[in-house]
Design a protein around this ligand. Sequence first.
Ligand SMILES: Cc1cc2nc3c(=O)[nH]c(=O)nc-3n(C[C@H](O)[C@H](O)[C@H](O)COP(=O)(O)OP(=O)(O)OC[C@H]3O[C@@H](n4cnc5c(N)ncnc54)[C@H](O)[C@@H]3O)c2cc1C
Length: 343
Amino acid sequence: MELYDVTIIGGGPSGLYSAFYSGMRDLKTKIIEFHPQLGGKVNIFLEKMLWDVGGQQPIQGENFLKNLIKQAMTFEPTVCLNTKVTNVERADDHFIITTQAGETHYSKTIIIAIGGGIYEPIKLEIEGAEKYEMANLHYTINGKERFRNKELLISGGGNAAIDWAVELLPITRKMTVIYRSEELKAHESQINKLRDAGVEILLNTEIQTLNSNANKTKIENVDVCHNGETRTLSMDEVLICHGYNREVSLHFDEAIAPKQNEKELFESIGQCQTTTPGIFAVGDTVAYADKVYLLVGTFNDAVLAVNSAKKYIEPDANSYAMVSSHNERFHEKNQKLYAEIHS
Ligand SMILES: Cc1cc2nc3c(=O)[nH]c(=O)nc-3n(C[C@H](O)[C@H](O)[C@H](O)COP(=O)(O)OP(=O)(O)OC[C@H]3O[C@@H](n4cnc5c(N)ncnc54)[C@H](O)[C@@H]3O)c2cc1C
């Protein structure tokens, strides 16, 4: 049995910064993440420009995430991807964490960093649609350039769909937006930008069939149902923004279940400690007065939770980590970095 000091459930921003800080406090650390990649919800807005992260010049989500992951790996935590945690129970002086695949992980403390749970885009319920996901069917944008000079069909009428439409408008050759309801649900000002640019917006319209090209490698055109009639739309790329499904799969044995509020957020009794000793919560999944549900808030929570975990494991430890200039964990790394700067 390999026992960790800290196991972080969830590899989003709060989990990643917890992993870094946990290493800074010399704690043996593991991150468990359901998705095949780290980053949590930032993966939804990789192209977005972030202006509100302290100490950062405007930075795209993708680059912000690269930095965050690199920092999280500073002290080489163990990382388990594609792993869904389903249950936590206590055994003597540690916790047993069980995954959907039936594996078990052992840890003295747990940091819950699950955000709002596992987010996955709502996909088209059209048989065989998944085979086009490697070609020209998209549920998120991983690089705007592939849409340059293309004819783009966007399905969706909420903020995500319309924001993407506005963002991609300057580089696409032609754009059509379809939505199943009678009116778009996004911000008026954004909708007006599309209208002013003459974008075709078809309401009461839903995708019926994805028609493939001759060798069935990509979608050639799309049949939609528009006001009850079938219409064929030409396109090069299809972007589906139908929202996200949220799944909360994490359960605790009744005897150790931390208290959750009516929104299923874990209540902090101070310093990001839950009502169960040894279990801490950070980021979008924790609730306390004046909590900030933004990236900056996740970092503050991570520091509080890790310091609490350190004190839980070693009651005589300092309440806070040494700042980086005086922290032994950075001594050797700093020598290397200074040498690089001066070479
Ligand atoms: C569209 C959008 C735009 C945003 N823009 C900004 C912005 O401009 N500035 C800003 O500061 N904030 C922004 N935010 C908010 C910011 O993204 C969140 O505050 C932040 O991602 C919260 O991080 P987190 O780690 O707590 O949760 P998440 O990012 O949700 O990460 C949680 C992770 O836990 C994993 N997980 C969940 N359950 C399990 C399980 N049982 N087992 C294993 N893994 C599990 C999930 O797969 C996920 O990777 C935005 C959010 C959205 C949705």
